[in-house]
Design a protein around this ligand. Structure first.
Ligand SMILES: Cc1cc2nc3c(=O)[nH]c(=O)nc-3n(C[C@H](O)[C@H](O)[C@H](O)COP(=O)(O)O)c2cc1C
Length: 169
């Protein structure tokens, strides 16, 4: 079964990190389904049935995004609100995601030192991980690229991308 990578980046053409991650994963397209929310829904109208079908067809899910105001980009929050429905993802008979595995893959503008001394990404993203745990998914450790605003070397992004592919595949 393939891995589902749900990417939420509002401006992927201008991206360095998330675009390089996608380029790396696309070399394994026999093993991954890459699903870009902003490309799929430029009008921001999410097709809930389609999203739920995609989730049902994959046992391992990766949620990939750049950190925006210490959170996910807003289209992903909309996706959570609309796709993780009562009676489907939680509540009576809401067991459709139970037992699936989920990992967050996040790029930050801030450096690793900033996050270590300020607030960790795990703490910041707790509401997202708790939401998925509430729906019965097993959370796997975060994958991160820190310091995207510090003009990182392309080589370093490539190394991180290979680590990302090795981690999830
Ligand atoms: C609207 C907006 C909000 C952002 N908020 C944060 C933030 O809270 N913390 C942070 O470390 N970086 C923040 N950034 C920087 C992005 O996380 C960073 O540019 C991105 O991870 C780089 O990935 P990319 O090369 O794929 O675009 C923000 C960027 C934008 C556009």
């Amino acid at each position: 079964m393939k891995y589902l990578v749900i990417v939420t980046h509002p401006n992927i053409e201008e991206s360095k990190v998330n675009k390089t991650w996608i380029d790396e994963l696309q070399q394994h397209d026999d093993k991954v389904t890459i699903h870009q929310l902003y490309k799929e829904y430029p009008d921001l109208n999410i097709n809930v049935a389609k999203e739920q079908e995609l989730l049902l067809n994959h046992d391992s899910i990766i949620i990939q995004f750049p950190l925006h105001w210490f959170n996910t980009p807003f289209l992903f929050k909309k996706w959570m609100d609309e796709v993780l429905t009562y009676g489907w993802a939680f509540g009576p008979e809401g067991d459709k995601l139970k037992g699936k595995k989920l990992r967050l893959s996040v790029s930050t503008g801030g450096t690793e030192e900033t996050y270590n001394s300020f607030v960790s990404l795990e703490e910041l993203l707790k509401s997202v991980t708790v939401s998925f745990q509430y729906c019965g998914l097993e959370m796997l450790p975060l994958h991160v690229f820190y310091g995207a605003n510090d003009n990182p070397k392309f080589e370093d992004i490539k190394v991180n991308s290979k680590q990302y592919a090795d981690l999830i595949l």
